[in-house]
Design a protein around this ligand. Structure first.
Ligand code: HMG
Ligand code: MG
Length: 298
């Protein structure tokens, strides 16, 4: 039996925009957040406190956090790769922070310039400081099914890093298919390893749609009872350290599927399409979301 309701985290403002070459204004980023919450999103990944030399688009992180009009009942999360990032983030009052590690060594080096073991060591003081401030910590596990540099990633590799995250007190584990190469059974195998160490309510799926498999992979997770997914409005996004990685699965496509399955998301699809149309207009191209294109053409 599938879950009856799901929680979606829209990562468009962060994962979606981080890869955009053209500068998006702070005002437009804040407007995107406003439109997402108006559509019913209860969790929004707003920005990341990473090095501006590495990801220039996120350089206005604190300004974006200051510019958003927070709505009660909505939770705002940000990425923090190290204590420096966490300290800057803390001043902006996030509800949740995200530390991010990889299941493959090569990706860890390219993305955060350190080994998996070093990344976990870096996260220790971040998790401690977050908990001391009453902030929940989500752990994103990149390359959980495949790596752009190493190829296939085994479920054993996934479980090893899941255990390291659990060991340092990370509250929630997000299984991420960074380059979208996962297929349903492979994704289930990775998810099952996360579920050996985390309860269902603290596991989520984060799927890039590079190979068009993301909806199938989400359905495969539903079969395991997983009911928490990261999605990106208009299908924006990609990781700057994963060449060719396209956007996360489009929020509109996911909501359309859940509506059809009778699974409650709390999201108004028409208003979500409006949010996607807004940011697509800013970027000067149509939304990647197939559902958005179909509805906008009506
Ligand atoms: P590093 O160069 O090894 O760091 O980068 P460092 O500690 O040696 O510091 C070098 C310089 O960066 C110093 O400045 C620091 O102050 C500064 P300088 O003295 O040269 O002027 N610095 C910072 N500045 C601002 N904020 C910070 C910060 N930390 C150091 N937090 C670092 C290490 C982790 C900082 C760097 O590699 C980095 O920023 N990486 C970010 C990469 C990134 O954002 N990737 C995309 C997000 S992850 C993702 O998209 C995957 C996900 O969606 C899941 C999935 O799909 O897989 C989550
Ligand atoms: Mg991602």
């Amino acid at each position: 039996k599938l879950p009856t309701h799901v929680t979606l985290v829209d990562v468009g403002p962060r994962d979606g925009l981080q890869n955009e070459k053209q500068a998006v204004s702070t005002e437009d980023k804040a407007q995107l957040v406003a439109l997402l919450q108006a559509a019913g999103l209860k969790e929004i990944e707003v920005t990341s406190f990473v090095s501006p030399k590495w990801v220039p688009q996120m350089a206005d992180n604190a300004a974006v956090m200051a510019a958003i009009a927070r709505q009660p009942g909505v939770r705002y999360s940000v990425l923090t790769p190290n204590l420096k990032g966490f300290e800057s983030a803390l001043a902006t009052r996030p509800d949740e922070i995200v530390v991010f590690a990889a299941a493959s060594e090569a990706f860890s080096q390219k993305n955060i310039n350190c080994s998996i073991a070093e990344s976990i060591e870096r996260f220790v003081p971040v998790v401690e400081a977050a908990h001391a401030a009453g902030i929940k910590v989500r752990g994103a596990l990149s390359c959980a099914v495949g790596c752009p540099y190493e190829g296939d990633v085994s479920a054993d590799q996934v479980e090893r890093v899941v255990q390291l995250m659990k060991g340092i007190g990370v509250d929630h584990l997000g299984v991420a298919d960074t380059i979208g190469v996962g297929t349903p059974r492979k994704v289930q195998a990775a998810m099952e390893r996360a579920l050996k160490h985390y309860p269902l309510v603290e596991v989520s799926g984060h799927f890039h749609d590079t190979y068009g498999q993301a909806l199938a992979n989400i359905y495969a997770c539903l079969e395991l009872g997983v009911h928490h997914f990261d999605t990106s409005v208009a299908g924006l996004g990609g990781c700057p350290y994963a060449k060719g990685a396209t956007g996360n699965v489009a929020s509109e496509d996911v909501v359309f599927m859940f509506n059809g399955l009778g699974i409650d998301t709390g999201i108004d699809l028409d208003r979500l399409v409006d949010a996607g149309a807004f940011i697509s207009g800013v970027l000067g191209r149509p939304p990647v979301s197939r559902v958005a294109r179909a509805l906008l053409a009506k």
